[in-house]
Design a protein around this ligand. Structure first.
Ligand code: DAH
Length: 371
């Protein structure tokens, strides 16, 4: 039962001591039961509150009620008791604080043994990671890096790359034009670049041969998004112009790059193609990395290469002499090759991703796998 202060009937020293001992025992046991700050406040108020606190009751019931001749002794004892109670209340508070600075409450205390707040570390986006990897393959071959604007003029995106106005090759790149430019000459009209090839022109305009550059960047096409298309994607363009550059150099360079990216057992094959800015042009195919070029997998046709054993990966060719005409290079003295590859396409193959949209949805569960 909880301790209560009762009146003293016997004011003898012995009786007083018994009453004090009972009170102190209650004090100690209640102090021992305090286990948190809220408990402590209740404990403090029970013993020290001016109104109905145990000490106040002791004052009223013991001291005030004492006969005259006992007042002195009772007064001394009560004063002693007061300090003892105050000390115990304070010591209990200290215990709550774990012995740290007396001015801090438990809730404000810092427990340095608790685990810290862990901020999740970001990681390179798989597209950027792949782009950097491609760029570094060419850096190691002595290429430097050039970048160009994403908002381009018709001149750089098409005309200087030998796509004349109204040429059907323009239709292969469904272009997003900036509206309201009908009053400008066609070549000055702005569009979102459909490929990184305009950076070839910008580089050759400011630099004389020899040129060896790769141009990574974002490109835009008016394509509906699906598992293999995205209106925004990335390319790495390459250009090498010097004296005596041949198709052999192009083949050797890209064969090396594909082996560096996909492993040394990968084979390459050059298939005739068409781009206005290269002549001859080729599509590069690599031996299927899923079936090892066999065309069959798990006893059936390989889905990834449609059983052909080959996967088409990038475009390339020898720079068309007409292009040199736009940048004031002498096509009788120099020659060069160019190539362009889609970064997402390469990332899809390298990481076995089955939907290009995953790169753009921003789902951390997908992205963190590349951290
Ligand atoms: N620009 C082409 C495209 O986006 C890719 C390309 C093909 C770039 C051949 C080249 C090249 O530099 O030589 O489809």
């Amino acid at each position: 039962m909880a301790y209560t202060v009762s009146k003293l009937t016997d004011y003898s020293a012995a009786a007083l001591e018994r009453a004090v001992a009972k009170l102190l025992a209650a004090l100690e046991s209640e102090a021992g039961a305090v286990s948190n700050e809220a408990d402590w406040k209740v404990f403090r108020d029970r013993w020290l509150a001016r109104k109905n606190g145990v000490l106040t009751l002791v004052n009223d019931l013991w001291l005030k009620a004492a006969p005259k001749d006992a007042k002195r002794d009772v007064g001394q004892r009560v004063n002693q008791l007061k300090s003892q109670v105050e000390e115990t209340v304070e010591a209990t508070r200290q215990r709550m604080l774990g012995g740290t600075s007396a001015s801090k409450l438990t809730s404000e205390r810092i427990d340095i043994t608790l685990p810290g707040i862990r901020r999740p570390l970001g990681a390179e986006h798989p597209v950027i990671k792949t782009m950097n990897e491609i760029v570094s393959v060419f850096r190691n071959l002595g290429y430097s890096v050039e970048e160009g604007p994403e908002i381009e003029t018709d001149y750089y995106n098409f005309e200087a790359l030998n796509f004349p106005p109204n040429h059907p090759a323009r239709d292969t790149q469904d272009t997003i034009f900036i509206a309201g430019q009908e009053s400008k000459p066609l070549r000055d009209r702005l569009l979102l670049r459909t490929h990184t090839s305009p950076v070839q022109i910008r580089t050759m305009e400011k630099q004389r041969p020899p040129v060896r550059v790769v141009c990574p960047g974002k490109v835009h096409r008016n394509d509906a998004p699906d598992a293999t298309h995205s209106p925004i994607f990335h390319q790495v363009e390459g250009l090498a112009v010097d004296t005596n550059i041949t198709f052999c150099d192009l083949k050797g360079t890209l064969d090396h790059a594909m082996k560096a990216l996909f492993g040394s057992s990968v084979k390459t094959r050059f298939y005739p193609s068409f781009f206005p800015f290269t002549e001859p042009s080729a599509d590069v195919q690599i031996s299927c990395i899923f079936c090892g070029g066999k065309g069959t997998r798990d006893g059936g046709p390989c889905r990834n290469c449609k059983a052909s054993g080959w996967i088409e990966l990038l475009g390339c060719g020898m720079v068309d002499p007409n292009v040199y005409g736009f940048v004031d290079y002498d096509s009788r003295k120099i020659s060069g090759f160019a190539f362009g590859m889609g970064v997402e396409r390469i990332a899809i193959l390298k990481y076995g991703v089955d939907d290009i949209q995953l790169f753009f949805n921003g789902d951390v569960r997908f992205l963190e796998q590349f951290g």
